[in-house]
Design a protein around this ligand. Structure first.
Ligand code: FES
Length: 116
């Protein structure tokens, strides 16, 4: 495991994902009910950043054609996308100064999908 700091939890909007670059990948970090998730920031249907779409009910929407991806599994919940996006392990770490950061490990995927 090789976690790298992605952002502070206060950087993550409640209704959108936050796009960050970690190593070779663009990652969309999003929260749901106090839990944080990281998926590759690239729709599996076309080259569109998922971090530009809305987050609702633990899914992120691709703004271009409206497919939503489950943040837990990376799977699309509707067409036109049919392939899952890669999901990365996330750790939330509290700092000594009272702030909390989100860390993401891009060297592994949780759902076995190879990042593009
Ligand atoms: S580009 Fe994302 S659903 Fe078409």
């Amino acid at each position: 495991m090789s976690f790298e700091r992605a952002c502070a939890i206060t950087d993550v909007p409640s209704d959108e994902a936050l796009g960050v670059t970690i190593g070779a990948y663009d990652v969309a970090v999003a929260g749901h009910d106090g839990e944080y998730f990281a998926v590759q920031d690239l729709c599996s249907h076309a080259a569109v950043a998922l971090s530009e779409g809305e987050v609702e009910d633990c899914t992120v929407e691709c703004w271009l054609h409206g497919s939503r991806f489950d943040l837990r599994t990376g799977k699309p919940t509707g067409l036109p996308a049919t392939e899952p996006v890669a999901t990365f392990p996330v750790e939330v770490r509290a700092n000594a100064d009272g702030t909390t950061d989100v860390y993401v490990d891009i060297t592994h995927t949780l759902n076995g999908v190879t990042p593009q």
